[in-house]
Ligand binder design. Sequence first.
Ligand code: NAP
Length: 349
Amino acid sequence: MKKLQVGILGATGTVGQRMIQLLAEHPWFEVAAVAASGSSAGKPYREAAHWLLDTPLPPLVAALEVQPCRPHLDCDFVLSSLPSDVAKVAEPEFAAAGFPVISNAGTHRMTTDVPLLIPEINGDHVAAIESQHARFGGKGFIVTNPNCSTIGLVIPLAALHESFGVEAVHVVTMQALSGAGYPGVASLDVIDNVIPIGLDEEHKMETEPLKILGRWDGAGFEPADIRVSAMTHRVHVRDGHLEACSVKLARAASAEEVTEAFATFTSKIDELELPTAPKPVIIVDDRIDRPQPRLDRDRSRGMAVVVGPVVPCPVLDYKFRLLSHNTIRGAAGAAVLNAELLYRKGLIR
Ligand code: NAP
């Protein structure tokens, strides 16, 4: 089988590097083009990128010349890990030039006709792509994956929503440094410290789950009727976002039933055999001191969400902690999984 050729926008960054790592031995896709800012364009990738991962830079990618982010790349589709302001202009340009754009950036996530995809939960939202044809003309379109903290939260929420209905959520995050990109947060700001991240991150966590758990009605997304309150923090951890979550359920359930709903949650894409899909997508670890970022972020190659013990909450119904690898499950792995779903559905070829 001839592999599909992938272009990576923002290829030198934290998420771009993960994309290259995840595609190094991918059975369907291979990296054919890398693009970044004007300061990297024209250089071989090995010189432009400060490679931070603990696997070697694939030699074929190392030798590629970094290109500017303009829609002249020689590839079948693009994965984008551009900063939001750059994505705002560049991604529609690529879509209008006929490229499927599979994006990590926040810019287009809440746009009416753009799917905010987590294949295990709402793969049927790809139906919205049809509505983009009027905008972009040819075979180009944009799909997005959620914010890195939203992804970890919404996968367990989907299990609870399916079994009992979820009415309200309160979540407090402890987010890893790699979530801020490279070089990210200054070391003297974060050593011996915890930094509140701010309202924009909290707004994403409070709105994106409603679109993901909502319904595409042929013209727009009808959001799920759930109230979410989020408080977000940057902590001195390299990778892996830990979240402390309380939920109010629509239907009464015991703690054992809630745990069972997590443990037995079946992904809607299991039968598609997507190479990057974790099985199961939720791992329950009921040890009282788990999950922990350093010990649990790489479970199922960084693609599973690890949920700790479920205990009664005196304010809402139940509380639990969850962990997901922010640059894999929350970013690069999420985008690659979206590409695999689109490939299986014949939307990229
Ligand atoms: P990053 O490490 O700062 O990398 C940014 C990338 O964008 C670099 O390749 C950079 O190229 C490129 N770039 C910057 N300005 C550009 C311009 N004007 N034109 C073209 N390329 C430009 O950031 P990151 O953490 O990888 O994040 C990338 C995107 O993914 C952001 O939208 C972020 O919000 C989102 N995201 C990140 C995470 C995470 O865990 N890090 C998770 C989910 C989503 P140069 O090297 O040439 O500057």
